[in-house]
Design a protein around this ligand. Structure first.
Ligand SMILES: [Zn+2]
Ligand SMILES: [Zn+2]
Length: 75
């Protein structure tokens, strides 16, 4: 049965695709401790190094952050 085989292949492929989507979401950057504290208060971290990193769309690695910031639509 050729058609059932291709269906299984499609099912596996879509599972992989979903897995990738999850992995991509989980791979979102991590804020440094100082930045996380500031974010809790609804503020941006005032550290110069963090501000510079934020400009580049990344979390400050000097302060323990890593990866890229989530892109949020600014008002
Ligand atoms: Zn910071
Ligand atoms: Zn910093």
């Amino acid at each position: 049965m050729k058609s059932s085989k291709s269906f299984v292949a499609f099912a596996i492929l879509s599972m992989f695709a979903a897995g990738f989507a999850f992995a991509a979401a989980g791979k979102a950057g991590k804020a440094g401790k100082c930045c996380a504290e500031a974010a809790k208060d609804g503020k941006a971290c005032a550290h110069k190094c963090c501000v510079e990193a934020a400009k580049g769309g990344k979390y400050c690695e000097k302060c323990g952050g890593s990866g890229e910031m989530k892109k949020e639509t600014k008002k």
